[in-house]
Design a protein. Structure first.
Length: 559
């Protein structure tokens, strides 16, 4: 049996490598699923199983390991970019300014601590970058640091393994430390969770207006004889007229842009509550009847945009009202209702609420696609095109005068940037950059498992020696400081000086560490989904900052 195994390793090295990666991945995920008091390692369990296998002398071909590691990293960061890209600019425009400043401070303080302690204790630059990534539980930062170290400094094999070794040593407290920081902030500032939830809901209601409708009777004589498109404020206020009943008539119709209005006409106005009321003051008064409840040929339908020819076009360009006699009253994108304006561009997967006659609604649905099953279909051509463009973007280098080596986005940053840009565009020529959630999660999980398995196998060769000396314990101490100090300082500042809601602080802290387990803990602690709002707001910028900062630590480190 032993002879067969030796022969298998020597004569079929590729098959042996795939077997090792499969076993490490399976055992790592199994270990990561084990919970202790509500906490688990998650996908990071693969790293620790890889360390054990590497320590026990399990080796695979360096070329195979390098390819699988880089390809796994690419899959991981590309799918992250596809997820966060569409919401990146929106998150910066909303409350995001204050939240993202807080997250950036966490990243910056962590980097300053890592560099300062590294210089004080004389750490190798690879160890500093690794403990910065591990203490903040950010795997793409580890990949970016390793890439920068390999390209800019070309260290010996032991030096190249240092980032992963320091990452593995500091990662455990990175997971626990953020949770301890949340609990410490709650104790220090005497937080009443029920009061925080009540305040959060009040702030959300004050800052958001849901779409509504109002039946309005035209009483302004100055508007008599104008067409729908000529009504003052209709475009500026972002309201639409979905139904109309002419004065003296019983039948309800769908008005077109050129429909003439007269005093006594009753219309259904849809838009933000404040905008609808402002429009009512211009037009007339609240009608005494509800046209949406009047039986007749006019009805509504929800239609999903799946026709690639419609993606990227504005509602004005589609002219559904003029061509088909239907009116778009609401648009839902990523579970968020958006006000309907003529210049609103459609994205793949948008859900429109249309009002019109049944036969007209059927024609509109055919034009827009409305193939719900298409939302579950993964188009692989855009995936490979996006990855290829990302690799090219990552290979481009810039060398400012003060930099010791060229700066590249590398295989960690290039695909991330490409995915963010392409997912934001939505469509480029015949290609649509849309990835179903399940496909995104599958590729992301597969990529990170492959990456961590290879990183663990490589670092395991030297892991024991790193903890046997004093330096390994210094790594652990430095990592604990990099984890806890920025969280406590920024969290206290936001609470005491900025009066930020504790639920938002928890989400911000989890997002600043790009740590889903911490987000899950925060939601369970607060018994609310509120922390997810702050988490999703800071996640995109934080991910980019951590990747860039990890590379800068390597590139700017004194030689």
């Amino acid at each position: 049996m032993l002879g067969w195994w030796t022969e298998f390793q020597q004569t079929q090295p590729t098959a042996h490598a795939l077997w090792v990666l499969s076993v490490v991945g399976a055992m790592g995920l199994a270990l990561g699923s084990v919970r202790f008091r509500g906490l688990s390692l998650g996908v990071a369990g693969t790293l620790f199983v890889g360390l054990v296998f590497g320590h026990l002398g399990c080796r695979i071909q360096p070329e195979v390991r390098a390819f699988v590691q880089e390809f796994g990293l690419i899959l991981f960061v590309y799918t992250i970019g596809m997820q966060v890209g569409p919401g990146l600019m929106d998150s910066l425009r909303r409350q995001g300014a204050e939240l993202n400043v807080g997250a950036a401070l966490v990243v910056g303080l962590g980097a300053v601590l890592a560099v300062g302690l590294g210089l004080w204790w004389g750490f190798h630059v690879g160890a500093v970058a690794g403990l910065f990534a591990g203490a903040t539980t950010n795997t793409p930062a580890l990949g970016a640091a390793q890439e920068a170290l390999r390209v800019a400094r070309q260290p010996d094999p032991v030096g190249l393994a240092l980032p992963a070794m320091a990452y593995a040593v500091t990662y455990p407290f990175g997971i626990v430390g953020i949770i301890l920081a949340m609990l410490a902030l709650r104790t220090w500032h005497r937080i009443d969770l029920e009061e925080e939830k009540r305040r959060f809901l009040e702030e959300q209601r004050a800052g958001q207006e849901s779409l509504t409708y109002l039946n309005v009777e035209l009483r302004n004589p100055n508007l008599d004889g104008l067409t729908v498109r000529q009504l003052p404020g209709i475009d500026k206020l972002g309201v639409v007229i979905s139904r109309l009943r002419k004065a003296g008539q019983k039948e309800v119709q769908v008005p077109r842009a050129d429909t003439v209005l007269n005093v006594g006409d009753v219309m259904v106005v849809v838009g933000r509550a404040r905008a609808v009321q402002q429009f009512r003051m211009i037009v007339g008064r609240v009608a005494g009847e509800d046209l949406t409840r009047v039986e007749g040929p006019v009805t509504y339908a929800r239609v999903v945009v799946t026709n690639r020819d419609c993606v990227g076009r504005t509602l004005r360009q589609l002219a559904l009202n003029h061509r088909l006699g239907v009116t778009v009253t609401r648009l839902t994108r990523a579970d968020v209702e958006l006000p309907v304006t003529p210049d609103l561009r459609l994205q793949y997967g948008d859900m429109l609420r249309l009002v019109g006659r049944r036969e007209d609604l059927a024609r509109a649905a055919q034009l827009l696609g409305n193939a719900v099953e298409e939302l579950n279909h993964t188009r692989l051509v855009p995936v490979f095109v996006g990855i290829a463009l990302g690799i090219l973007a990552g290979s481009l280098s810039v060398q400012p005068g003060s930099m010791p080596a060229p700066v590249r986005l590398g295989l960690a940053g290039g695909p991330l940037l490409a995915a963010i840009v392409l997912s934001r565009l939505g469509k480029l020529g015949p290609l649509v950059w849309y990835m179903p959630v399940n496909a995104n999660l599958l590729l992301r999980e597969l990529g990170i498992v492959l990456f961590l398995a290879c990183v663990g196998l490589r670092a395991g060769e030297h892991f024991q020696s790193s903890l046997q000396g004093v330096e390994g314990w210094l790594w652990m101490a430095a990592g604990a400081a990099v984890t806890a100090v920025p969280l406590l300082v920024v969290g206290s500042w936001l609470r005491r000086m900025r009066r930020m809601n504790y639920l938002s602080i928890c989400g911000l802290l989890a997002g600043s560490m790009t740590d889903p387990p911490a987000l899950a803990f925060a939601q369970a602690l607060c018994k609310s989904d509120a922390p997810a709002v702050a988490y999703s707001t800071v996640y995109p910028l934080t991910m980019i900052l951590r990747i860039v900062v990890a590379q800068l630590i390597v590139l700017l480190w004194p030689r």
